[in-house]
Design a protein around this ligand. Structure first.
Ligand code: CMP
Length: 136
C-alpha cells in the first residue's frame, strides 16, 4: 500500500449533464485529496497524445469526436493506492455493464460517453499527469 497520484478527466458529458459536483464528491467522500484541477478543451492533437494506445482502433474516430466536443476538467487525485482505488470507484468502461455504486454504473449507459477517465496503471498516471500538469 503506497500513497499514489492519479489523473482523472471529467469528460464533456459530465460537464454537459452537470454531474461534476456529484462525481468529484465520490472521490472526496472516499478520502482522496484533490491536488490540482483545471478546465481545458481537447484538440485533436492532444486527443491523439492522451489516447495514443487507442489511435487506429475502430472506435477512435468517435472517441476523438466526443472528447473534443466540449470542455473537460482534469484533476490530480492523491491517496492510498489511488490508481486502483479510483479505477474501482469509476467502474468498467461500459456504463450499461458497470455495477451499481460505481460512477459509471450509476450515471452512464454508454461504452463511449462514460463520464470519466482514470489512469489505468501507475506508469500511465505519471505519463498522463505530465501531459495536463507539466509543472507538478
Ligand atoms: P476511457 O477510460 O477514457 O478510455 C478510452 C475511452 O474510449 C473510453 O473511456 C471510452 O470513452 C472509449 N471507448 C472504449 N471502448 C470503446 C468502444 N468499444 N466503443 C466506443 N468507445 C469506446
Amino acid at each position: 500500500m503506497t500513497i499514489q497520484r492519479t489523473l482523472i478527466l471529467l469528460k464533456p458529458d459530465a460537464v454537459e449533464r452537470q454531474l461534476v459536483g456529484a462525481i468529484l464528491s465520490r472521490f472526496e467522500q472516499k478520502g482522496l485529496k484533490l491536488i490540482e484541477m483545471r478546465w481545458f478543451r481537447f484538440t485533436p492533437e492532444l486527443a491523439r497524445c492522451h489516447y495514443a494506445e487507442h489511435v487506429g482502433k475502430a472506435f477512435y474516430a468517435g472517441l476523438e469526436e466526443y472528447i473534443t466536443s466540449g470542455p473537460v476538467i482534469a484533476v490530480v487525485l492523491e491517496g492510498l493506492d489511488a490508481v486502483e482505488v479510483v479505477r474501482r470507484l469509476i467502474g468498467p468502461t461500459n456504463g450499461a455493464e458497470a455495477p451499481p455504486g460505481t460512477i459509471r454504473g450509476d450515471f452512464s449507459l454508454s461504452n463511449q460517453r462514460n463520464l470519466v477517465h482514470a489512469s489505468d496503471s501507475p506508469a500511465s498516471a505519471l505519463r498522463e499527469i505530465k501531459i495536463f500538469f507539466p509543472t507538478i
